[in-house]
Design a protein around this ligand. Sequence first.
Ligand code: GLV
Length: 331
Amino acid sequence: MSAKKPKILVTREVFDETLDYLRQHCEVTDNQGDQPYAPEALGRALADCDGLMCCLTDRVDAALLAAAPNLKVAANIAVGYNNVDVPACTARGVMVTNTPGVLDDSTADLAWALMLGTARRITEVERRVRSGEWTGWRLKQWLGIDVHHATLGIVGMGRIGQAIARRAAGFDMKVIYHNRKPIAPELERRCNAAYVSFDELLAQSDFIVLQVPYSPATHHLIAAAQLAKMKPSAILINSTRGGVVDDAALVAALKNGTLRGAGLDVYENEPKLHPEFLKLDNVALAPHIGSSTEATRQAMAMLAAQNLVAALRGEAPPNLVNREMRPEPRP
Ligand code: GLV
């Protein structure tokens, strides 16, 4: 970097440690007030910036890039980057980075929390206890289903999918998965998981966990036709991205009993939810907190900051998404 520090914008509140690190290397405009930027305001704030640290609530598209002629890097604080138009960034010479790896275990834990929570109706019965509806023990009271010894089907067997699968060993589950292609045999062994077709997975699973990234190819991967192929006793978990599930079709399946339950951390059009979800007892609703533990969110923010600083130094950032933008190593 030249003596003059590059200018960067951090679009949302981050940790003090993240800002301290960024300030060592950059002239930082922060947003510790955490008011999300409207698209035009974001363009104005970026007008003379070299770097952008953004989140999944920021849309980085051609219009924004046109307003930011000096921009060299967009460092997303997330593993998913469907909020960023990567081809548009590449076309304008902007590196895009994400934060893989550091959030795998926390996100897998949350998928499991939703699985156990929906199987044992935890959010529903908690509401009933609080409302005074619980008057004492009964044999057939709010019966759930067993997670142990059930069949777990994982759609999308990347790092997070594998972390979810590994946890199933303690529950003596049968694990099946579907992915664009089977994972390496030694990884299958570690996960104790067998590759099946998508339709086989839908038909055989007691719990279906979605862990594919969102893209046009995975838009409404689970819609009415796929829901109809699931067991009526099955539970669907979406801990990846809204839009992978057709929420209206899911509401219909949950209402008419063709699906037992769902555990959701993400939604189409979040934070607006399909209003019917709020009326249903057989769905557990979380507010997109998959990676939200203190340690993991700090690690994500720091990794994004390191990616950003590396890119502004002309080095290859550790987590470059558009690899064709990789700078040549210095002689
Ligand atoms: C969170 O949703 C992420 O993609 O990291």
